[in-house]
Design a protein. Structure first.
Length: 174
């Protein structure tokens, strides 16, 4: 028996495309206009939450992050900072597994607290990595804080998306 069935692979592929392509093509426009990293985080954590919700299998977020990173860099050669999001995807995968999928995707309160908190923590990881490697060292904490705001927005959008799908009875088969 395989760990990921064909529906899981389809869900992962869809989330990889969402995270990789949109972050490569749309997020740089937002960055150039505002110099704020919110949209990268929002799109990234929306894709991660959607993928993990669909499969509820360990490794999903890691695969999404690791495959979307080279896609992003291919489409946007100046997007090497996306390595921070690859690391954040691995951390998100581990933390959602530790917290538990039933807690992350259970009731509204537990889902809201866990998904928004985990997204914020993982966005901070991405912000620290990106800030350390690609920014002025004096701005690392500020930049990580901006990513936390983006992680909160991404967690909120992921929560809204998942709860909306559940309310419309679009529930993945397990």
């Amino acid at each position: 028996m395989t760990y990921f069935n064909s529906r899981d692979v389809g869900a992962v592929a869809m989330c990889v495309a969402l995270m990789g392509v949109l972050n490569a093509l749309i997020a740089p426009i937002f960055w150039r206009v505002t110099h704020l990293p919110f949209l990268c985080d929002l799109l990234g954590f929306l894709a991660l939450i959607l993928g993990v919700w669909w499969t509820r299998k360990f490794g999903t977020a890691t695969i999404i992050g690791l495959i979307s990173t080279p896609i992003n860099v291919y489409l946007n050669p100046t997007g090497m900072h996306f390595l921070g999001f690859a690391a954040a995807s691995v951390v998100f995968d581990v933390l959602t597994r530790l917290v538990g999928y039933k807690v992350c995707f259970g009731g509204l309160k537990s889902s809201a607290v866990s998904l928004i908190s985990l997204s914020a923590v993982c966005a901070a990881v991405a912000g620290f990595i990106i800030g350390s490697l690609f920014m002025n060292s004096a701005n690392i904490l500020f930049f990580a804080g901006l990513h936390v705001v983006g992680g909160i927005l991404g967690g909120l959008m992921g929560l809204i998306t998942v709860k909306s799908l559940e309310a419309r009875q679009v529930v993945p088969t397990r």
